[in-house]
Design a protein around this ligand. Structure first.
Ligand SMILES: Cc1cc2nc3c(=O)[nH]c(=O)nc-3n(C[C@H](O)[C@H](O)[C@H](O)COP(=O)(O)OP(=O)(O)OC[C@H]3O[C@@H](n4cnc5c(N)ncnc54)[C@H](O)[C@@H]3O)c2cc1C
Length: 382
């Protein structure tokens, strides 16, 4: 059950998404251009303020409220839903481990949408095995010097500030690397920092996925977030709150595809009657709606548990992301099936939704990694 406030927020975001974002979704996908107009829309309606504390210019929305908003936007456009999810992701290390001064410096402008955030952990050779990352930070006078590169960073090219995880011990690669990782915030325009290249992608095509390079980037001590060596812990605690956001994106995509399939099955006639009345098509619709609702309920429960400080937060986050991602993929594939040949062409949105769904099984840890986390938690009783 959602609270009255959460229902009101959901309905308001739903209306906004239907009126203003849905008509843009196909074009955002076709042009693969970052939708700054959607950023402005979300900022103007204070939706980007949801993840941030009231004390720092945000709305102080709880995790469930934030996920409901991400879900409603992703229902019509997964790229647009990701803007809100990544804004949270980019701000989480500061909210988790930043000083009051750092929170004052960055959070208010993230809450208003004046600057976007990004989160840079992955590298070309450090994906699932993120602890093996090679980006180095060495002490340099009263600050740090960063060298290395990051791959697949959502909004890395449009962000005003990026959370960058780097090794702060040159021997780390041969020892317990995750104990020597530190988090730094790098601001756009810092000399030596560049968003060198964007990826061409299957889905979420309007979301720029950037390769970032750091060539002797000077970062002041005041941009180090958390303790030296605390980076791995900060990244893992970040995922406990950001993976539900990806689950919400997945639930939204699944709901969007289900809605389109139901509408189509009512209208499309074959053998003299609506295809929805054909039992095999009706059964597909029933399965799609049931799976989507199950994913939603698991997500909502995970949000409540995590918000309440559950000691099993990592497991809840992985479980909801795992189930919702697989649901989105299965449901959107079925939606294409319900529409037949029309599902396969760009005239209808379900082929886009199917392409968008795939990423929810990959980023913020692949489904295999989520299963490893859940299994480990079950076996160790965490
Ligand atoms: C569009 C997009 C946006 C992204 N955004 C960001 C971002 O904003 N910030 C960021 O830091 N990263 C981001 N990523 C990176 C993403 O998190 C990684 O791609 C993901 O973690 C997988 O890493 P990899 O691609 O290197 O695959 P690999 O780790 O090479 O995995 C390849 C395959 O092996 C499997 N595998 C690997 N290890 C194991 C294991 N131990 N057991 C079983 N199976 C295993 C994987 O599940 C996968 O099927 C993004 C990626 C994409 C594509």
């Amino acid at each position: 059950m959602l609270t009255t406030d959460q229902i009101a927020l959901r309905d308001a975001v739903r209306e906004l998404a239907d009126e203003k974002i849905a008509p843009r979704a196909a074009e955002i996908d076709r042009t693969a251009e970052f939708p700054w107009d959607v950023v402005k829309l979300l900022a103007d309606h204070d939706i980007l303020a949801l993840p941030f504390p009231e004390a720092f210019g945000g709305l102080g929305g709880d995790l469930l409220t934030l996920c409901v908003a991400i879900e409603e936007i992703s229902r019509v456009c997964a790229t647009s839903g990701l803007i809100l999810a990544v804004q949270e992701l980019g701000g989480l290390p500061i909210m988790i481990a930043g000083s009051d001064e750092q929170k004052r410096r960055w959070l208010p402008s993230m809450a208003t949408g004046e600057i976007l955030g990004a989160f840079a952990l992955s590298e070309a050779n450090a994906g699932s095995d993120a602890a093996s990352l090679r980006t180095r930070a060495v002490r340099d006078g009263d600050g740090w010097r960063l060298d290395g590169s990051k791959r697949f960073i959502s909004q890395g090219s449009v962000a005003g500030v990026v959370a960058v995880f780097a090794q702060t011990d040159s021997e780390a690669a041969t020892r317990k690397a995750h104990r020597h990782m530190t988090c730094f915030y790098v601001e756009k325009g810092t000399p030596g920092f560049d968003a060198a290249r964007l990826e061409h992608k299957m889905g979420i095509r309007g979301s720029p996925t950037a390769e970032l390079t750091f060539d002797g980037v000077r970062v002041p001590e005041s941009n180090r977030v958390g303790e030296v060596g605390e980076g791995w812990s900060i990244a893992m605690r970040t995922f406990e709150r950001s993976r539900p956001g990806i689950a919400a994106q997945a639930v939204g995509i699944a709901q969007g595809a289900t809605d389109v399939a139901i509408g189509y099955a009512r209208d499309r006639k074959q053998f003299g009657r609506p295809i929805g009345e054909l039992q095999m098509v009706g059964a597909m619709l029933a399965d799609m709606a049931t799976r989507t609702e199950a994913a939603r309920q698991l997500l909502y429960e995970a949000c409540r548990e995590i918000e309440a400080g559950s000691p099993n937060a990592a497991r809840w986050a992985s479980m909801c992301k795992l189930f919702a991602g697989d649901t989105a993929m299965a449901v959107t594939t079925d939606a294409v099936q319900v529409l037949g040949g029309y599902g396969y062409i760009t005239e209808y949105p379900v082929e886009r939704m199917m392409r968008d769904a795939k990423i929810t099984q990959l980023y913020e840890g692949t489904q295999q990694i989520q299963r490893l986390i859940v299994a480990r938690a079950l076996l160790t009783g965490e």
